[in-house]
Design a protein around this ligand. Structure first.
Ligand code: ATP
Ligand code: MG
Length: 573
């Protein structure tokens, strides 16, 4: 794997086809449509296992599966791959459905569960046993695994491999009836103990689990293995193109072997593998994400630092930005790591068009305008979004006492600092030019206030043309609303936290991934801001209202700072 991605989705798109706008999966589909392979149908599925919340990698798969169905007038099913009763929960099922809907996709009435097929799968297992293609093995899993040996050596046949069909049938039925303990026996497909593909060396297809299932309850105590359930579910649902990530490439011969032996008809789904999404500074396995939640490294699955869809939503990402990101990175056949800055660029691009600009001072410094009348309040007009005139203007209250950003003032400024300093002038956005006359400090010498004068002739929009080097955002003291602002940084400080040998990704957790500012001052129009509403805090970045907000406590999450590192990245694509 390379950090820049030696071969990006875009390159892949361009390199292997005469129709440069299609990716390699679309090329296969177009060919199948031409030859009428599936009677002109395209039917995909998104098959999550409900053992955690969806992450941005799943978003790629969702956009791909639902996107292809849409583009080729086909359908896409939602199928929960719920074959492991131990790790699966209804909470996850619900969150998965919410996240897919939020992303903008619709499976209509095609919501399926692998567990819906447990009866059919059981019948199929019986059929395989009867045909002499499956047997009960009484050995423990460790012995079974040892006998598979290595790809270069022949495997060792189980002493139970040639059990008579009748005995196998009897044992399998008794397994189902709950007569045996967990691990006492398994059902194995009888394929080829000498295959160079380890998945073909008599894989386990059923195991005993005395556990309640979130849908089938206690009806079953034997459960099909993933490989046994997946292809068959595709078959039962008449999926045409079964898109999965690269690690399943080596499972494909088994996938094909199983659907061939179902043999109810000639129809065969086709498995096609693509590269999973890896993002720099991010981990992407549900197991590892669960660990972060359970061990308290983050607050919840939807912690805005998480790469989960719910975390991104709470952070302020929009469905459009995620769909655009998926489009931009394309579909590749080789693993790579996508720069997280590309994801950040997608949300900047979307919010730049949509988010109203507002004034918010994160680290306030009080300014008193000594020549401004004590009781005067005036309203200044400001535009809501320079990118979109139709978003109109609003009025901001301006008064004698204002907050500006502490970092916008320096008592002894270095050469390139053009903002406020003693004796210097700056413009207050949409208002007046002010000049710093005096710095007030407390007993410890900390700056607590600036005394400034304003130039009454300099009002924005009044037609005068005096120019100053900097324009600052501000909020009027008597009108300001208190807010808490949560600043997020990357959760990991290593570009590939999951890819370091002998080091757990948790060793690379960024200790400064969350900074809470509790004394922020925002303009009064934000008083009525709704949960998840998005804004650009002028000169700072994009922020959204956190659901923790209550009537008297506003909380904002920083989605992404304004600074755009895209220029650097753009050259790579
Ligand atoms: P994880 O390893 O993160 O737990 P998974 O593959 O076990 O993921 P599933 O619920 O089985 O999770 O995944 C559902 C679908 O999403 C599968 O088709 C899988 O291939 C796809 N998928 C999972 N992770 C990624 C990823 N990082 N990029 C693209 N597709 C992914
Ligand atoms: Mg999986």
């Amino acid at each position: 794997m390379s950090i820049t991605g030696k071969k990006t989705g875009k390159e892949e798109k361009n390199s292997n086809t005469s129709k440069p706008s299609l990716n390699f999966i679309e090329n296969i589909i177009v060919d199948d449509l031409k030859t009428n392979k599936y009677e002109g149908k395209v039917h995909t599925r998104f098959p999550p296992e409900p053992n955690g919340y969806l992450h941005i990698g799943h978003a790629k798969s969702i956009c791909l599966n639902f996107g292809i169905a849409k583009k080729y007038n086909g359908l896409c099913n939602l199928r929960f791959d719920d074959t492991n009763p131990v790790t699966e929960e209804v909470e996850y099922v619900e969150s998965i459905k919410e996240d897919i809907r939020w992303l903008g996709f619709d499976w209509e009435d095609r919501e399926y569960y692998a567990s819906d097929y447990f009866d059919q799968l059981y019948d199929f297992a019986i059929k395989l046993i009867k045909e002499g293609r499956a047997y009960i093995d009484d050995q423990p899993l460790e012995a079974i695994s040892e006998q598979k040996t290595t790809p270069n050596q022949p495997g060792i046949e189980s002493p139970f491999r040639n059990r008579p069909v009748e005995k196998n049938l009897d044992l399998f039925k008794r397994m189902k009836a709950g007569e045996f303990k967990e691990g006492a026996r398994v059902l194995r497909a009888k394929i080829d103990m000498n295959s160079p593909n380890m998945h073909m060396r008599d894989p386990v297809i059923y195991r005993i689990r005395h556990a309640s299932h979130h849908r089938t309850g206690d009806k079953w105590c034997i459960y099909p293995m993933y490989d046994f359930a997946h292809g068959q579910s595709d078959y039962f649902e008449r999926i045409t193109h079964s898109l999965c990530t690269l690690e399943f490439e080596v499972h494909r011969p088994l996938y094909d072997w199983l659907v061939i032996h179902l043999k109810e008809n000639n129809y065969r789904p086709r498995q096609i593998e693509f590269a999973r999404l890896n993002l720099s500074y991010t981990i992407m396995s549900k197991r590892k994400l669960l660990e972060l939640v359970e061990e308290g490294y983050v607050n919840s699955w939807d912690d805005p630092r998480m790469p989960t869809i719910s975390g991104l939503r709470r952070r302020g990402y929009t469905p459009e930005s995620i769909r655009n990101f998926a489009d931009k990175i394309g579909v590749a056949k080789r693993d790579n790591i996508i720069d997280v800055a590309i994801l950040e660029h997608s949300i900047r691009e979307d919010l730049n068009k949509k988010a109203p600009r507002v004034m918010a001072v994160l680290q306030p410094l009080k300014v008193v305008l000594t020549n401004y009348p004590e009781d005067k309040i005036e309203e200044v007009e400001t535009i809501n979004n320079p990118e979109d005139e139709s978003m109109g203007t609003r009025k901001l209250p301006f008064s004698r006492e204002l907050y500006i950003e502490h970092a916008d003032f320096m008592e002894t400024p270095p050469n390139k600092f053009f903002r406020l300093a003693p004796g210097r002038e700056v413009r207050l956005k949409s208002a007046y030019i002010i000049k710093c006359e005096e710095v007030i400090k407390d007993d410890q010498g900390i700056i607590v206030e600036l005394r400034c004068t304003y130039d009454p002739e300099s009002k924005s929009g009044s037609g005068q043309s005096r120019k100053v080097k900097a324009t600052l955002h501000w909020v009027s003291v008597p009108h300001a609303i208190d807010a808490e602002v949560r600043l997020y940084d990357r959760l990991f400080d290593h570009h590939d936290p999951a890819g370091q040998k002998d080091q757990n990704s948790n060793e690379f957790l960024n200790p400064n991934s969350l900074e809470i500012l509790s004394n922020c001052k925002v303009e009064p129009s934000l008083k009525t801001a709704k949960s998840l509403e998005k804004f650009q805090f002028q000169r700072q970045g994009y922020f959204c209202v956190d659901p923790d907000t209550t009537e008297d406590h506003l909380v904002f999450n920083r989605t992404v700072p304004l600074r755009d590192t895209w220029e650097k990245i753009k050259n790579k694509y």
